[in-house]
Design a protein around this ligand. Structure first.
Ligand SMILES: NC(=O)c1ccc[n+]([C@@H]2O[C@H](COP(=O)([O-])OP(=O)(O)OC[C@H]3O[C@@H](n4cnc5c(N)ncnc54)[C@H](O)[C@@H]3O)[C@@H](O)[C@H]2O)c1
Length: 435
């Protein structure tokens, strides 16, 4: 068992040498960690992590290892609305079974440039049925989650005579899942798609729940549908080739899931010495799926999943054109959660202890930049178009305490500015002062 763990790490280090096409450089990733391998196995493990790997990364790799050997047994498919989320072993047998069960007329694959290089060969190796499938590849990155790329994807499907019974396979991170889900939901008024997420963020969050879409006129996810995929197939080993900053990025959605709906997961990730558990990803998917199944079309409780996203989406959209300050989705959500935790205090709705603990935890794991008055005002402009707003009023999803989400919370511009001011003071403070 330990052999495979070490070989996994060796492969991970090899993978790190591959230059990455769209790795933004603006924020230095803090490789802070809930748990190191030494803490888990003590002296039984005669291996020292390479200094380049932070504890968080080591821990996630350890999770992959544990997952592979023990926990796959307990990771039964998670039933969602009309489809299942499968946790795959090396042979992708659940995907093979799914394809056998359904007689799709033709298979199509959607990739970005990175997943074509790092993930497609592995998928084809284990699923020969994909060998001759036409592949549509577009340039990696959020800026390509656009109408132009959707247009090119529709064109590709048309050119290859995709009919109503075709299947689009979205192989990639949240951008591929969102874009492919949208292209499939709209082409010929809807063809089937499945998600095979390849980033931590997409595995833990974006591949599940059926929300899809594209960014439009500088607004995040302005155009899109809620259409469930036919299946989600999670193969955690794809994470091996993911750059460290992307792993940190994905972990933000796991923090969100823990704060929203899983006290055990929160206690575990925030403990000084967390215990290994089956899979953070599995736990996060369960939290999201429980909420989505209650309210698939976001009329009510599903809004809770937007915790951190009103501010986070505005920040992500605002900095998207800026090569220097560019924020990944999860980084923006981490900051967004901090501002919205502050808003919970301004509105006197969130428990002080929860806010303090969550802020301290996020600060420990993510770089928290401060924002100028102009930047705050630009973000507040973008927030005017948030889909949760009602009658022109800024509307938020907050938390009262861990496991207790609050939805439909309205705040005035002054209250939001106050939350940003508290955030700025907190982000720039050397030491964390209790609120
Ligand atoms: N629909 C939803 O419910 C939902 C939820 C959360 C986030 N999202 C969306 O997800 C997007 C963010 O997703 P993301 O963080 O996965 O971004 P992403 O899809 O851009 O992937 C991040 C980067 O990693 C690369 N990559 C992907 N898999 C790789 C692998 N295995 N090895 C090496 N490189 C790999 C990609 O090419 C890209 O450069 C945002 O657009 C966000 O709005 C959607």
């Amino acid at each position: 068992m330990f052999f495979s763990f070490i070989s996994l790490l060796a492969q991970r280090n090899e993978a790190k040498k591959v230059p990455h096409e769209s790795q933004p450089k603006a924020f230095v990733c803090r490789t802070s960690l809930p748990l190191s391998c030494h803490e888990t196995f003590g002296s039984r493990l005669s291996w020292t992590p390479a200094p380049v790997l932070g504890d968080l990364i080591s821990y996630i790799i350890l999770q992959l290892h544990l997952y592979n050997y023990f926990y796959l047994l307990v990771m039964q498919p998670i039933k969602s609305s009309g489809y299942s989320v499968f946790f795959e072993e090396d042979d992708f047998h659940q995907l093979a079974h799914f394809l056998k069960q359904h007689s799709f007329s033709k298979l199509f694959i959607l990739c970005d440039t990175n997943t074509r290089k790092h993930c497609l060969p592995l998928l084809i190796k284990h699923n020969p049925s994909f060998k001759n499938a036409p592949v549509f590849t577009y340039s990696a990155g959020e800026k390509h989650k656009s109408l132009d790329t959707a247009h090119a994807c529709w064109n590709f499907l048309l050119k290859h005579h995709a009919d109503k019974n075709a299947l689009l396979v979205n192989l990639g991170g949240g951008v591929v899942c969102d874009l492919g889900g949208f292209a499939a939901a709209t082409y010929k008024r809807g063809i089937a798609c499945i998600n095979i997420p390849t980033t931590l963020l997409a595995m833990a969050d974006a591949s599940v729940g059926g929300k899809n879409g594209i960014d439009f006129m500088g607004y995040k996810n302005l155009i899109g549908t809620i259409t469930q995929p036919r299946g989600v197939f999670i193969f955690q080993h794809f994470i091996r080739t993911l750059p460290i900053r992307q792993i940190q990025n994905g972990f933000a959605e796991i923090i969100k899931a823990a704060l929203l709906g899983d006290k055990k997961l929160w206690a575990n990730i925030s403990a000084p010495k967390p215990k290994p558990q089956a899979s953070f990803i599995y736990a996060a998917v369960q939290v999201k799926n429980n909420i989505v199944c209650k309210d698939p079309y976001e009329k009510n409780i599903r809004q809770a999943l937007n915790f951190g996203h009103s501010v986070g989406h505005a920040l992500e959209a605002h900095y998207l054109p800026s090569p220097k300050k560019y924020l990944l989705h999860g980084e923006a959500i981490a900051i967004g959660m901090c501002v919205e935790l502050m808003l919970g205090r301004v509105l006197k709705l969130s428990k002080q202890k929860t806010v303090s603990n969550a802020l301290a935890y996020i600060k420990q794991h993510y770089p928290l930049p401060t924002f100028t008055a102009q930047e705050i005002s630009a973000c507040m402009q973008l927030m005017q178009h948030d889909k949760k707003n009602k009658a022109g009023k800024l509307t938020f999803a907050l938390i009262e305490k861990v496991g207790k989400p609050l939805i439909n919370i309205q705040a005035t511009a002054v209250q939001v500015q106050e939350a940003f001011a508290l955030y700025n003071a907190f982000a720039s403070a050397q030491k964390f002062h209790k609120l």
